[in-house]
Every structure is written in C-alpha cells, then in structure tokens.
Design a protein around this ligand. Structure first.
Ligand SMILES: O=C(O)[C@H](CS(=O)(=O)O)OP(=O)(O)O
Length: 271
C-alpha cells in the first residue's frame, strides 16, 4: 500500500502554460486509441492517467476479438474511472453495411459502452442515413461522436464539405465531431503524407467551425499535438493519442516539455 504524500509537485511548481481545464471539463479532451491492451495494462493506464483521459476508443473492429468477460471488464473499468468508452467508427461502418445497426446499438448498450462513433471514413453513406444514425444512437441512450474525413487520401473532401458536415452533425445532436487523422496521422484531412499540418486546410476549417470545443482533432504524432496546442491552446481536444503518450501529451499541454515550454519563455524569465 502506498503512503499518501503530503506535498505534491503541483504544490511546488506552477505550470508554464496556464488555464488547463480539469475533469469534468468542457474542452481540452484527450481521446486515447486502444488497439488491444490487456486488462493489466488497461488498469495501469487508468490508475496512472485517468485524470487526463476523457475518452477511450477501442480502435476499429478490435472489440470483436476480446474474450467476452475481458471486454466487459475493460468497459466497466473505464466507467469506474469516469472515462467514456466507445467502439471504433469502422466497426459502426461494418454494422451499417450489413444492415445491423439496431443490433449493433443493442449489443453496445448491453456491454456498457457509453458513446457511439458514427463515421463514413471508408464506406459511402448518405446524409440521411448518417443523421438518422445520430438520432438513433441518441435515442438508444448513447453520447454521440461523429467523424468527418475519408481515410483514403484519394477521396479527400473539401474544407467546405467538411464544415457543412460538422455543422449538420452538431445540429443533429452529435456531442463531438472528430476530424479524421487515422492512427498514422499521415495523408488525411489536415496532415500531409509526412504528418505535417497543412496550414491552408487547417485555417479554412478553423475559420468555419462554430463550436470548436465540440471538435476533436485526431493527432497521434507529437509534432501534430504540439502544433495544435501552440495554435489553439492547452485545451484543444485531441484524439488517437497512444496509451503510452497520455502523460507526455499532458506535459505538452501545460508547458512541462521543452517543445511547448520554449515558446512560453521570455528573455526576462530566464536571465
Ligand atoms: O479513424 C480512426 O481514428 C481509427 C484508426 S484508423 O483510421 O483505422 O487508422 O479508426 P476507427 O475505426 O475510427 O477506430
């Protein structure tokens, strides 16, 4: 049993970047992508870092491969730490393709997931079907996260199209809209083939997004997290964060890492 320390580092040092929201928070959300952690790793992650995690996504269709009791326990554990949990959007897309959305939602509810991701990153889906799915998931008692953007760079959509989709999803009742970044962070929406932020499309999106606190930017790479924090502040919503990167991202958000600290330093502060 660990002894409770009387003094913590937070009593000793101030964060160089101020204003980071604490849970339960309205913005500054961190969504982790879990590609198959075992129970021990999952419990460790939550024990150490649940304060800094708002959502865990069980990526793509990985939900299907867990022994039933382990999947239920992962979901129960996440909820016990006040972390919302949902299956990946690709899994939803397969359910739609197979005409089994009702059963998908019923099963997700039975298992205890708290949110549903609605996406069309791989399949074609009409606006009518998409918005009906948002309403159906809401009516089934889930929080709803939609995703915009195609996974294949050859299918890239214009900023105007994406903005229209974001506004439509939010009006239809989506709690949050994810901007696709994939697990790689390469060659999709705001990232070029090497993962650098494409300033022109990011600027167009930022100019048109009406409710930025309800948009989550998938940003699996450190350079992407850093660029978005420098641009939008410590309370930017970030997704597809690797489980092992949660504390490192938190350090980036508040300036406890050289990459963001250096931008807050003034000559007077270091002389
Ligand atoms: O779109 C995503 O964030 C993920 C990861 S990837 O695009 O397959 O690399 O997929 P999802 O199906 O939403 O979990």
């Amino acid at each position: 049993m660990l002894e409770k320390a009387t003094t913590t580092w937070k009593d000793v040092l101030e964060f160089p970047i101020r204003g980071r929201q604490q849970k339960p928070r309205q913005a500054g959300l961190t969504m982790v992508i879990d590609k198959g952690l075992g129970l021990t790793e999952f419990r460790d992650l939550l024990e150490v870092a649940a304060t800094y995690i708002d959502f865990i996504k069980l990526g793509f269709g990985t939900s299907v491969f867990y022994p039933a009791a382990i999947l239920r326990e992962k979901i129960r554990l996440a909820r016990s730490y006040n972390v919302d949990i949902f299956p990946g959007g690709t899994f939803f897309e397969v359910a739609v393709l197979q005409g089994r959305l009702n059963l998908y939602l019923q099963t997700a509810r039975d298992l205890g997931y708290t949110f549903i991701e609605i996406s069309d990153g791989t399949i074609d889906m009409s606006r009518t079907v998409r918005l009906a799915a948002v309403r159906q998931a809401r009516a089934a008692g889930f929080g709803v996260i939609t995703e915009v953007g195609k996974k294949d760079p050859r299918d890239a959509l214009s900023a105007a199209y994406l903005l229209n989709q974001i506004a439509g999803d939010q009006e239809a009742g989506a709690d949050y809209v994810i901007v696709e970044g994939r697990e790689s962070g390469q060659g999709v929406v705001i990232y070029d083939g090497r993962g650098a932020v494409k300033e022109d499309i990011l600027a167009s999106l930022l100019a048109g997004i009406k409710d930025p606190d309800r948009v989550i930017w998938e940003a699996p790479q450190k350079q992407q997290q850093q660029a978005l924090i420098m641009r939008l502040g410590p309370n930017v919503n970030l997704g597809n964060v690797q489980p092992g990167d949660v504390l490192a991202l938190e350090a980036l958000r508040v300036g406890l890492r050289g990459d963001t600290l250096r931008t807050t330093l003034k000559v007077a502060e270091v002389s």
